[in-house]
Design a protein. Structure first.
Length: 249
């Protein structure tokens, strides 16, 4: 990315020293009629959360931000923005740590050395398959610190031995990268995003374990389908499309 990255035109910004959750603030702004797109960032969250209702630690020095926007597309299409966010986060981290190797992990994590340092949470007001009135894209990035004792490995830029940027600088580059990839998505559709995501994908072509809502399955990760579902070649040779779940290497 251009080292002189500028704040993207047309995107507003609202910052807090401390807040319950940037995603919750995005919901409040949407309900109040904020048109977006607007980034909400906080130096510290008191009630940050990740996928599946898990808590997400947000100590000072890390990046906690949410983008609220109104894409005007179907719920299935809007779900693809998790891939846009992951690519943007990956590119931002690569800018600050050019010697490191960052990879995206389905459905919406970013890894370094197979350790997680980015979490992404999409929320909306849609019911069923109707077009959501708004989307909140929460992105948490471990810059200065990372939690210990989780069931999967976790790291941070500091943990990688990289000079840690101020969260405001990280957000500037994240917002610029997201705006660029968002325009690709709007103009060219998901196919271009899919290709960019797969070029950064962790574990492509290797055996993985997928934890679904009521079962676990194993197989070879063969890619993504046209909707963003993970394609898993199971032991019997069947190619299975998985639209929701968790992946373990």
């Amino acid at each position: 990315m251009n080292p002189q990255a500028a704040w993207p035109k047309g995107y507003a910004l609202k910052t807090f020293e401390a807040i319950d959750s940037t995603n919750e603030e995005a919901k409040r702004l949407a309900a109040a009629g904020e048109p977006g797109p607007i980034w909400i960032s906080a130096a510290r969250q008191t009630a940050g959360r990740g996928r599946r209702g898990r808590s997400w630690e947000s100590p000072t020095g890390n990046l906690a931000a949410t983008l609220m926007l109104r894409p005007g597309k179907s719920a299935n299409e809007c779900a693809q923005l998790s891939f846009v966010a992951a690519i943007a986060a990956c590119d931002m981290l690569q800018y600050f740590a050019p010697a490191a190797q960052f990879r995206v992990k389905w459905p919406n994590d970013v890894l370094a050395d197979r350790s997680k340092l980015v979490g992404i949470l999409l929320e909306s007001a849609s019911q069923g398959g109707e077009a959501p009135g708004w989307m909140a894209i929460g992105i948490g990035i471990n810059l200065a610190t990372h939690p210990e004792g989780l069931e999967y490995p976790v790291t941070s830029l500091k943990g990688l031995g990289v000079a840690v940027p101020p969260p405001d600088d990280a957000l500037l580059h994240l917002a610029a990268s997201f705006a660029r990839w968002y325009e690709v998505w709007r103009g060219d559709g998901f196919a271009a995003i899919r290709d960019a995501w797969l070029a950064r994908a962790a574990g492509l072509g290797s055996r993985i374990r997928a934890r679904l809502s009521h079962e676990e399955t194993h197989g070879v990760f063969e890619g993504l389908d046209a909707s963003g579902a993970l394609l898993l070649r199971e032991s019997a040779g069947t190619l299975r499309a998985i639209s929701a779940g968790e992946v373990f290497f």
